[in-house]
Design a protein around this ligand. Structure first.
Ligand code: ATP
Length: 177
């Protein structure tokens, strides 16, 4: 997939993105325990997780990779246990003792686009700037996430649907990663 002229999806990012199912609130009132974190890691295969302000107001705060969470857990300070709270804020928790601090490894500037952004534009960002994922916002709040593979899957599905009357549709070369 090289030029925008040759390749028009004719749609916006929300047709190809995933709706967020797991995001970690940074609001201390909602902070999850180590036990809950481990359960979420085991239950999913996502490469990482968005950090949001709160469930009621899911403004994007950042993103943390699975690898960084696992690294932090392996090196967790003594004194933490399954009920210890996970803190994703840049400042250390004031109220909680035995918090596990993840703030240092949270990416505070993940790529984000609006749901109305065209899929061509999003692909352009992947190709030219090379992020692993892009978060998708609607009215300033997190709604989705998209990866290169999502665009591939979308392309594949649409081509499969139109393959009967579109024989020229299989000429795209998608350089993954
Ligand atoms: P792979 O892990 O095979 O390299 P990938 O590059 O698409 O796949 P992942 O982060 O593992 O990266 O995402 C896998 C799928 O899950 C994608 O469809 C992505 O949109 C979706 N996804 C990622 N994170 C979340 C999340 N927190 N909530 C919902 N869906 C997500």
């Amino acid at each position: 997939i090289e030029s925008k002229e040759e390749y028009r999806f004719n749609t916006t990012v929300n047709s190809a993105m995933s709706t967020i199912t797991v995001a970690f609130p940074s609001d201390e009132a909602e902070s999850i325990s180590l036990h809950q974190l481990k359960k979420l890691l085991a239950k999913t295969t996502y490469n990482g997780f968005p950090i949001i302000q709160s469930t009621a107001h899911p403004r994007v705060i950042g993103y943390i990779t699975r690898a960084d969470i696992e690294y932090n857990l392996e090196n967790a300070v003594s004194g933490v246990n399954e009920t210890s709270k996970c803190n994703f804020n840049s400042e250390k928790s004031q109220n909680e003792e035995n918090c596990i601090e993840f703030g240092a490894v949270v990416n505070r500037h993940p790529f984000t686009v609006n749901v109305t952004t065209t899929l061509e534009y999003v692909l352009d960002v992947f190709v030219k700037l090379g992020p692993r994922f892009i978060l998708v916002e609607q009215e300033g709040l997190l709604v989705g996430i998209i990866t290169r593979k999502d665009i591939l899957r979308y392309e594949y599905t649409v081509h499969a649907m139109h393959s009967d009357n579109d024989v020229e549709s299989s000429n795209s070369e998608f350089d993954e990663r």
